[in-house]
Design a protein around this ligand. Structure first.
Ligand code: NPW
Ligand code: ADP
Ligand code: K
Length: 501
């Protein structure tokens, strides 16, 4: 799914109105109908609903919802926040359509802002995508009161006060929503951790904006949906044999960290590689052989850390890093594997930390290789600590372009930065994945897909999607706290199976 800036979304609305064609008031009615359907299907029938509407089109959406929910016999009231004399035409018309028996109050000065102490759901339709500066005066006061109330808050399109496309610094004056119902596509700011308390649970409400505009309008931002993952996925055919699915090498492990390479190797197998081999220090040899009978194992001459390279040309993909440590001799071995590799490789964990300290390695990395840093590892690579996610993402994208590699910036909504400037945000996964071992599983999955001849960008996007989806199955089964990386790997089968549906 392509993501757009607020300006592009404004153009998308206008294009839809002109070319569908549909009157803007009818498009608002359609949007509000979809929002109302969501509310009707997901929310408690007997709870009162209080709308806070601005005087732009976001407020217009709220007025239509208030009317529709009133007709469905919900107990509804509205406050109109008069933040400007410039009132949208569609807002005006929908205000006149609001049934007279819906209580409606004006907020024109500070003393009009109500103290919220009744049990009611609050629907925030003060500002949508038209926010152009931090809220002040009555708007600021209303937002602060809504946040103070502790009542459940549903934001329409976007939490009022939150900038959709850039960093917001005025934290005190942004709605803290429990649920966001965003129209058509998520907005960039909703995918960053610092805005989590403003966004809450994110739901996308399709309103059928023009498909043609979506296809023809360029964007570098994407959100990986189930359908996108299905488009990448290649199901096996009846006469396929193991030779078709590649020869994967996982390089990792050191004394006390054999578990990491074990997880990556298991994940490599579960993600479908034809043959999987682990290269581990001697102390890991028996562990791998005894616990993963399907894998082959090469024992390094050294007992506790990897010191030697191997013949890399026989492997169709190599994943390097899980539990590998940073011993000086290991650095030499890793450098030599990277130097010998002729196809894209996958680098994680300490392999990335080594790269942070050896700038000259960049020129050795095969183009389109995949780097999977978590935020800390990325900051070490970049040599900068970032204050906000927008700047961090920009730096990751720049790094991907500059070095012709794929940067998988891990976290909630992992961002996959491609050398061509595209950034693909993941839509699966949950906080249960925030646990040692999850990253090792991801390295195994991505390397395995690469071994199976998925293109590097496909392996990264599909691998991250499947890892998150398996994490969702694991959490449903074991709970967020109790799930471990082994559960994620065990659940990979269900994630693949889902792609066939
Ligand atoms: N277009 C369509 O067909 C559809 C649109 N839809 C809905 O419309 C929403 C977008 O509507 P919108 O463009 O009217 O923007 P909205 O956020 O309601 O208000 C903008 C007003 O606020 C003002 N303003 C900004 N910041 C301010 C501040 N700090 N303090 C005070 N004033 C401030 C700004 O003034 P200005 O910046 O020009 O000075 C302008 O007057 C969108 O999110 C979706 O919900 C759907 O119905 C689908 C169809
Ligand atoms: N809150 C979260 N929501 C979704 N995915 C998460 C969350 N926290 C972590 N993850 C995922 O879990 C994995 C953690 O990787 P990493 O930090 O390298 O862990 P480790 O090295 O300990 O295995 C990444 O794929 C990341 O995207
Ligand atoms: K809003």
């Amino acid at each position: 799914m392509k993501l757009f800036t607020t300006q592009q979304i404004r153009d998308w609305d206008i294009y839809t109105i002109k070319n569908e064609p549909i009157d803007s008031i009818d498009l608002m009615e359609r949007a509000a109908n979809r929002l109302t359907d969501w509310y009707y299907e997901n929310c408690e029938r007997y709870t009162d609903i209080t709308f806070f509407c601005g005087v732009g089109n976001n407020g217009g959406d709220g007025l239509v919802m208030a009317r529709l929910l009133h007709l469905l016999h919900f107990n509804v009231k509205c406050y109109i926040v008069h933040f400007s004399d410039k009132i949208s035409e569609d807002f005006k018309q929908n205000l006149s359509r609001l049934p007279k028996n819906v209580p409606c109050y004006d907020i024109k000065e500070d003393s009009d802002v109500p103290v919220i102490n009744d049990e009611t759901v609050l629907v925030d339709c003060i500002f949508g995508s038209g926010l152009s500066r931090p809220p002040k005066g009555i708007t600021q006061k209303t937002i602060i009161e809504i946040n103070r109330s502790n009542n459940p808050v549903i934001a329409i399109d976007i939490a009022s006060g939150l900038y959709a496309d850039h960093y917001s610094t005025h934290f005190q004056t942004i709605i803290e929503a429990d649920i966001t119902l965003t129209l058509e596509v998520p907005k960039l700011a909703m995918l960053f951790p610092e805005n989590d308390k403003n966004v809450g649970e994110l739901n996308i409400i399709p309103i059928d904006l023009s498909k043609k505009f979506k296809e023809e309008t360029p964007s570098n931002y994407f959100f990986t949906t189930h359908k996108n993952a299905q488009e990448i996925y290649r199901p096996r055919k009846r006469f396929d044999h193991k030779g078709k699915f590649g020869n994967l090498l996982i390089v990792g492990g050191s004394k006390g960290m054999i578990g990491a390479v074990q997880l990556a190797t298991k994940a490599g197998l579960r993600a479908g590689a034809g043959k999987t081999t682990a290269l581990v220090p001697a102390c890991g040899y028996e562990i791998i052989q005894a616990t993963i009978p399907e894998a082959m194992c090469i024992s390094d001459p050294s007992r506790n850390h990897i010191v030697a390279s191997t013949l890399v040309s026989k492997y169709s993909a190599i994943g390097i890093g899980p539990g590998i440590g940073q011993h000086e001799q290991t650095q030499k071995a890793v450098r030599s594997i990277i130097e010998d590799a002729e196809k894209p490789i996958v680098l994680d964990a300490d392999a990335l930390n080594m790269l942070s300290e050896n700038d000259e390695w960049w020129s050795l990395i095969p183009e389109n290789s995949i780097l999977t840093p978590h935020l800390g590892e990325f900051e070490r690579l970049a040599g900068i600590q970032f204050i906000n996610s927008f700047d961090r993402l920009e730096a990751a994208s720049k790094m991907a372009k500059e070095h012709n590699v794929i940067i998988v910036l891990k976290g909630a909504n992992t961002a996959i930065c491609l050398p061509n400037g595209q950034i693909h945000f993941n839509s699966t996964g949950n906080a249960g994945l925030a646990k040692g071992g999850s990253g090792d599983a991801l390295l195994g999955i991505i390397s395995s897909l690469l071994a199976q001849k998925y293109k590097p960008y496909e392996a990264a996007i599909l691998g991250v999607y499947l890892h998150g989806k398996a994490g969702d199955y694991a959490s449903a089964d074991k709970g967020f706290e109790s799930m471990v990386a082994s559960d994620v790997i065990e659940s990979l089968g269900k994630a693949f199976f889902e792609l066939l549906k």
